[in-house]
Structure formats: C-alpha cells, structure tokens
Design a protein around this ligand. Structure first.
Ligand SMILES: C[S@@+](CC[C@H](N)C(=O)[O-])C[C@H]1O[C@@H](n2cnc3c(N)ncnc32)[C@H](O)[C@@H]1O
Length: 272
C-alpha cells in the first residue's frame, strides 16, 4: 500500500465510522486490508475502496468494520462512574418521581461486559433498584462483538475484576475457563447495531436518561468527535447524563453539555 492509498483508505474509513488511524497503525491496517483484498479478489486498495463505494456492499463494509475495530473491554471497567451513577445520577433523576422508568444506553458496548456490569452494579449497589423499570441497551458498530454480547459468554480474563461472589451469583460455568451470564441477566439487556456518527441510526433508539460512551472517542478524529457529541446530545433526555471514558473529555469538542463534578469524577449533563 503506497502513501496515497493509505490516505485514501483512511479518509474513506474515517468518514464512514469516525475512526482515525494514526501513522503508527499502518501495519495493523495493512494486515487487515490484505485479508479483505484476498477475500474480495480486489487487486489494490484503490479498487477495493471503489468496490465499497460504488455498489451495494453493506456486507463487505461490515466485515471490514469488524476487522478494523478495537474491542478491548472487561467487566467492571472504570467503576468510579458506576459509583457516580448510583450515588448521584440516579438519585437526582428520580427525586421528583421516585418510581419513574429509566433508560441507560451503552454505546459502544463491544462484547457486552459494560451493560452487564451496570445491570449487576445496580442490583448490588442501588437500594431503589426494585422500584424502577430499567431498560439497558448496548450498541456497537461491530456485528461480531454484538453476537458475543447476545450469547453472554466470557472467558476468565473478562471476569478478572469481578469478585468470586459476584461470579457465582450472576454466571454459570460454560466449559473450561468460560462463564455465561445467567438467563435473567441476559434478558435484562438488549443489543443493537448502531454507528455512533450516523444521525438516522442513533435517532431510531430515542432518548435516554444516561448514556455511557466510553473508550471510543479516543479512536476518532476531532471532526468525528464533534459529530458524535451532537448525536449523543440528541440521544439524551433533557437533564440526562453522559459518561465518557477516563481519558476522554468534552473540552475542545462541544459546549452543549454542562460539566458535573462529583466526588468520584466528572460526567456531563444535557441542560434541562
Ligand atoms: C474499546 S471498545 C469500548 C467498549 C466499552 N465501552 C468499554 O469502555 O469497555 C470500543 C468499541 O467502539 C466500537 N466503535 C468504534 N466506532 C464506532 C462507531 N462509529 N459507532 C459505534 N461503535 C463504534 C468498536 O467496535 C468497539 O467495540
């Protein structure tokens, strides 16, 4: 792949997904693109991009996305925000109507550990959990990780930050070193395919009280981050909260949100 082809591919993929690969990722991209070229029979990166652009190539685009995304996640990642959720966000959202339904959206959710962790955290740490109907939705652009999320089956590495007590309570053995979430937990989370930068796809999922959008904006360029911020703003009810990953921030991206500082950390809020 020459420099022009690298730029051409980067630009096309960024406009479709928001994801911007730095020069340091060239070998990573090249390996995966070689595989896609071999599978489609396209002789060059230039012709492969044309193939994606000028025909109905939804399936190939999905295979490419699945090959390119970084899906690192695990149970109980960055739990300081789960503390903010139960100690500050949910009490605030339910002050006026202590039995109101609540909707929480993890976009992106990768293989599902984050939405299942939130469900477990609420059951274990939020005394009012039984008073509310709570919808938890997980979405991602990668169809392969969503298939794993829907199965709810994980290896021990994914579960390493869960205590043995929680593992015994919410999982069943599923073969050597593997665990499957119990049916009740599996049923408590819905999963769907969504591109965070696509206004139409995001709107289909309506408005939510809390959106977790963690550890994806780090892969976006500034323009895609601004687009994502607008989509996330639209995805929240007035007064709803947005949680970003610990190394992500709305500084320099968007002034749409109010910054809310709590003892455990910072989250963002859509003004009422
Ligand atoms: C590193 S994982 C983060 C998962 C989880 N939020 C966490 O913090 O553990 C990043 C995920 O973002 C997804 N992703 C990348 N671009 C996306 C987009 N435009 N829309 C939706 N999901 C996207 C990837 O497929 C990947 O599963």
């Amino acid at each position: 792949m020459n420099d022009d082809e690298f730029e051409l591919f980067q630009d096309y993929f960024r406009r479709r997904t928001g994801i911007q690969f730095g020069a340091g990722k060239r070998a990573y991209i090249e390996r995966r693109l070689d595989d896609r070229l071999a599978k489609t029979g396209e002789p060059s990166v230039r012709s492969y991009v044309t193939y994606l652009k000028y025909a109905d190539r939804g399936d190939e685009m999905q295979s490419l996305v699945n090959a390119m995304t970084v899906n690192e996640t695990y149970f109980n990642r960055e739990t300081y925000q789960f503390n903010i959720l139960v100690k500050a966000i949910l009490p605030e959202l339910t002050t006026e109507r202590p039995d109101r339904p609540l909707s929480i959206w993890c976009v992106p959710c990768s293989t599902g550990e984050e939405p299942f962790s939130i469900a477990i955290w609420l059951l274990e740490n939020w005394p009012s959990v039984d008073r509310h109907h709570i919808d938890i939705l997980g979405s991602d652009i990668d169809s392969a990780v969503l298939a794993t999320a829907r199965r709810g089956e994980y290896d021990s590495r994914s579960l390493q930050h869960l205590s043995p007590r929680l593992r015994e309570k919410y999982f069943r053995p599923a073969g050597p070193g593997r665990w499957r979430v119990i049916d009740a937990l599996l049923r408590s989370v819905d999963f769907s395919s969504v591109n965070l930068t696509d206004a139409g796809q995001m709107k289909q999922h309506g408005e939510h009280d809390v959106v977790f959008c963690r550890n994806v904006l780090i892969y976006f360029d500034d323009e895609s981050r601004r687009i994502a911020a607008e989509r996330l703003y639209e995805a929240l009810r007035p007064g709803g909260f947005l949680c970003l990953g610990h190394s992500e921030s709305m500084d320099r991206i968007s002034r749409l949100f109010k910054v809310r500082r709590f003892a455990d950390g910072v989250v963002y809020q859509k003004p009422v």
